[in-house]
Design a protein around this ligand. Structure first.
Ligand code: HEM
Ligand SMILES: *[C@@H]1O[C@H](CO)[C@@H](O)[C@H](O)[C@H]1NC(C)=O
Ligand SMILES: *[C@@H]1O[C@H](CO)[C@@H](O)[C@H](O)[C@H]1NC(C)=O
Ligand SMILES: *[C@@H]1O[C@H](CO)[C@@H](O)[C@H](O)[C@H]1NC(C)=O
Ligand SMILES: *[C@@H]1O[C@H](CO)[C@@H](O)[C@H](O)[C@H]1NC(C)=O
Ligand SMILES: *[C@@H]1O[C@H](CO)[C@@H](O)[C@H](O)[C@H]1NC(C)=O
Length: 213
């Protein structure tokens, strides 16, 4: 840790709403699954968010999402539209030696509700160890959504920089086994960008086949 990161960590523990910057999007290949993602690491807790998508030029498409977080993050979330409200949200947390992902949507700055238009399938590599939890999941329905009474937003698979938002909380979720559970507010949130064009792979289907549980 450099002096800036240490200062940031101390301020965060003191309850300041300061957020550490995100690392630039970089290619990350999971040594176990060999899946290559576009990855960024954000925040003081240092949480990594990763996406892999098929080699397409238009929406809609399925995607593989991976989140790796320290156990101090009792939940971590990704908002595909780059803000909390009115877009597709994935929330995830540890559950014993595995992890859980939940499809959510916030209509205000309040607890996000279950969202049935996006569907996640938990894949291999969703494990919790002594220090970290990881969720690896297929999402169907994350690349486009309808909001504000009819507007449609799509993720552009040709874009080298899509804007995403993240948040994380130190407060335990109600029932970690239940993807509909109650949960508490974040202590950190921010935005970051990922190279979605660089997240494309010709091997998406074979990756998926090898990752299905
Ligand atoms: C119980 C759950 C949640 C509650 C009660 C909550 C509440 C709030 C409130 C009150 C704010 C405005 C004040 C502030 O900036 O701190 C806010 C902002 C924000 N929240 Fe949440 N939140 C929740 C979950 C989430 C989740 C799951 C995400 C996922 C990424 C998220 C992302 C954000 C972001 C990015 C902002 C900055 C402003 C914006 O984008 O609207 N929140 N939240
Ligand atoms: C995970 O926990 C379950 C139930 O406690 C146990 O049966 C299983 O062997 C554990 N798996 C690993 C990889 O530790
Ligand atoms: C919870 O998991 C079930 C079973 O996988 C799934 O059908 C449901 O859509 C999920 N709900 C949420 C809110 O993620
Ligand atoms: C726990 O998981 C994290 C994230 O994958 C990894 O960096 C760390 O080395 C793992 N720890 C152990 C003891 O395996
Ligand atoms: C979210 O969408 C609702 C309509 O579905 C709209 O009334 C509200 O103003 C939107 N909120 C924001 C912050 O865009
Ligand atoms: C995607 O497909 C195009 C056209 O077939 C090809 O030129 C490109 O190399 C492929 N990209 C990747 C990452 O597989």
């Amino acid at each position: 840790m450099g002096p800036l990161q240490i200062t940031a960590a101390i301020l965060a523990l003191a309850g300041t709403a300061l957020s550490a910057p995100a690392t630039p999007s970089a290619k990350y290949c999971d040594p176990e699954s060999e899946v290559c993602y576009s990855s960024s690491t954000v925040g003081i807790a240092a949480i990594s968010y990763r996406l892999a998508i098929p080699n397409v030029t238009a929406t809609p498409f399925d995607l593989i999402l991976q989140i790796v977080a320290p156990k101090t993050a009792q939940w971590a979330g990704l908002a595909f539209g780059g803000r909390m409200v009115n877009n597709t949200i994935a929330m995830a947390w540890a559950n014993g030696n595995t992890s859980v992902i939940s499809s959510r949507w916030a209509t205000a700055h309040e607890i996000p509700e279950p969202y049935e238009e996006a569907e996640y399938t938990v894949l291999k590599g969703s494990v919790t160890n002594e220090t970290h939890w990881t969720v690896t999941a297929l999402c169907k329905g994350c690349s486009t959504w309808i909001h504000d009474g009819g507007s449609k937003t799509v993720l552009d698979p040709n874009s080298p920089s899509i804007n995403l938002a993240w948040a994380a909380s130190p407060y335990p979720v109600g029932d970690p086994a239940d993807n509909y559970t109650m949960l508490g507010i974040h202590s950190e949130h921010g935005t970051f960008s990922l190279d979605l064009a660089g997240a494309r792979t010709d091997n998406f289907d074979s990756y998926l086949k090898s990752l299905l549980i």
